[in-house]
Structures are given as C-alpha cells and as structure tokens.
Design a protein around this ligand. Structure first.
Ligand SMILES: Nc1ncnc2c1ncn2[C@@H]1O[C@H](COP(=O)(O)OP(=O)(O)OP(=O)(O)O)[C@@H](O)[C@H]1O
Ligand SMILES: [Mg+2]
Length: 308
C-alpha cells in the first residue's frame, strides 16, 4: 500500500472564502462603508482538510468540481501550491465556483454563500483510477454533495474493494434532517469525524457517551468539542484529549485541520489516545490566524505543541 503514490484521496466540495473584517454590518440605501481588511482564502471543509493533510506531509489528491472562472483557478492554484494533486478536479464551464462572503466581527460572523458548483459533483465524474493510487479515502461535507450523495455507498464499496480505508466528516446538514442515506454510508467507513452537535443530531442522543455508544458499529469515531478538545471511541475504549491553549484568532476550519491530524496519526498507526491528542493540537494550532489554511500545523509544530 505504501507504494501507492497518494496517502489520501479527498472527495468533496470546493469554494473560496472572502473574509471582510472591521465595520462589516451592511447599511443599505447605497451607503459605501469602508472595512479594515479583505482576504480571499481557501474555503470549504474538504479543501481545508486536503491542505492540512498536505501540510503534515501526507501525499494528497483531490476530487471535486469547480467552474471555469477566477475563483476556481484561485482554488486550484492554492491547492497545488500546498502540494495537493488537483488532476481529479472536474471543471464545469456551465457552473460558477462556490463563494462564501464572511462578514467577520471579533466574536461573531455572518456568512453569505453562493453554492455554485459545490453540490454538482457526480459519481460518474470521479476518476476511479485514483482510487487504486491512494491508501485512504476521505469524504467531506456529505450534506452539501447533493449529486454525489446517493452514490456514496457505491463509491465507498469501490474504495474498499481497492483496499482503501475510509473516513467521513459530514459537517452540518443545512436541512437538519440528518438522513439522506447516511446510515448506508456510515456502515462502510472506518473513521467517522463529527463535531458534538452533529453526533447528537445524527444519533438522537443527548450525551457524547451515548452518541458514541449508538455508533458502536463504526470501528473508530472521534468527536470534536471545540475549545474543550475531543473524545474518541474504538471498540470498548473511550479516550478524551484537551485542546492546546493558543491565542485564538479565527476558528474557521479547526475541525478540518483536526480531521487532517487524526487521519495523519491513523495512517501512521498511532494508538487512539495519541491520535486524538495529535488531532487536537492540529485543530488548535489552525486557529492562530484568519482563514482555514493560513496557520495549519506542520508535523514539527504539532509535535512541539504536544511537548514531544
Ligand atoms: N477556541 C479554541 N481553542 C483551542 N482549540 C480549539 C478551539 N476551537 C477549536 N479548537 C480545536 O480544534 C478542534 C476542532 O474544532 P471544532 O470542535 O470547532 O470542530 P468543528 O465544529 O468540526 O469545526 P468546523 O467549523 O471546522 O467544522 C477541537 O477539537 C480543538 O482541539
Ligand atoms: Mg466540522
């Protein structure tokens, strides 16, 4: 397996984030307001995960969909600069690349999203030869991938048949139904990476422990608890880890950077407690700067933060 050219194949959504900071509460009536800062960055959970995994040293390939436009070109360039192979990204000239405008105030933010190409990736557009060239498949933002969602079990079966392990981070379900065939998808994964809200909504339980118990058929589940750190279950073992104290600037993408750290440790064969601590360090360190990818940890930074 290690002779395969990629460690992780990411299937997911692509969009750019335009983050505005300062006096960002809009005033209509054609008022022109001056803001302090405007930054265009890599958005979307799956792309932030891919960049985080590459930053840790994993060999990463990405499958997703973008439009033939400046935001699409920006994302491809940014992914490539971070060492992510983008040959599996489908460019659809009939669609616009997704964009989120984030109006960021010190303790809150409002997000305006144009979905664009985010939901449009189809199963038949996935270059299945990439499956044979990777060790692990990670699927991000299950609930945004409308066109692919019915075929996710099929994709996972193909990945399994080619010997890959599989992880999934559903992220939030905008419809709040938490259905859409998720059970069939989860039956096939090795690692599930929800946050607390998602775990409780999916399992209809009201505690982390009960939620983890409910998902006992999934070999490994790690649940993100924001500033409190994370918990994980494998078989009968349940472990907890604290976050790392950092000067938090922006938590965008902390969960995706956590996922990247967890999968790094999983593929390195670390035990559950070690993997969870490493993932928490990666999540916490990513909050040091604005945007999801700016402050993502290198392997050395994560190890130093853990005192290793
Ligand atoms: N305020 C914080 N201070 C320190 N560490 C944090 C903070 N917020 C998040 N983290 C770290 O990042 C990890 C993942 O963050 P979080 O729980 O916010 O995930 P998430 O809800 O999936 O996030 P996302 O918005 O990226 O989907 C946490 O387990 C923790 O280690
Ligand atoms: Mg998340």
């Amino acid at each position: 397996m290690t002779d395969r050219p990629f460690d992780v194949l990411v299937v997911g959504e692509l969009n750019a984030d335009l983050i505005l900071r300062g006096d960002v509460t809009p005033a209509f009536g054609q008022v022109e307001q001056i803001v302090d800062d405007a930054t265009l960055t890599v958005g979307s959970s799956s792309a932030i995960f891919a960049c985080g995994a590459a930053r840790l040293g994993l060999r990463v390939a990405f499958i997703g969909k973008a439009g033939d436009d400046e935001f699409g070109r920006f994302l491809l360039r940014e992914l490539q600069q971070r060492g992510v192979d983008t040959r599996g990204v489908v460019i659809d000239p009939h669609l616009l690349t997704g964009l989120s405008v984030i109006l960021s105030r010190p303790f809150d933010r409002a997000i305006l999203t144009h979905l664009g190409s985010i939901a449009a990736l189809r199963f038949d557009e996935i270059d299945s030869s990439l499956l044979s060239r990777a060790r692990h498949l990670h699927l991000g933002s299950y609930y945004l991938l409308d066109a692919l969602r019915p075929d996710v079990p099929r994709l996972f079966d193909e990945a399994k048949a080619r010997g890959l392990t599989i992880s999934i981070d559903t992220n939030y379900d905008p419809t709040e139904q938490w259905a859409g065939g998720l059970r069939e998808a989860l039956q096939r994964v090795d690692v599930f990476l929800p946050n607390e809200t998602e775990l409780l909504a999916i399992t209809h339980e009201d505690s982390i422990e009960a939620g983890l118990d409910r998902l006992a058929e999934i070999p490994t589940v790690a649940v993100k608890l924001g500033a409190r750190g994370a918990a994980a279950r494998r078989g009968l073992q349940i472990v907890y880890a604290d976050s790392i104290p950092v000067k938090v600037v922006d938590t965008t993408g902390a969960g995706d950077s956590f996922d990247a750290g967890f999968i790094y440790a999983y593929l390195a064969g670390q035990d559950l407690a070690q993997a969870l601590r490493f993932a928490c360090a990666c999540g916490s360190l990513s909050t040091r700067a604005a945007g999801g990818t700016t402050a993502q940890a290198t392997l050395d930074e994560a190890l130093v933060a853990l005192g290793v």
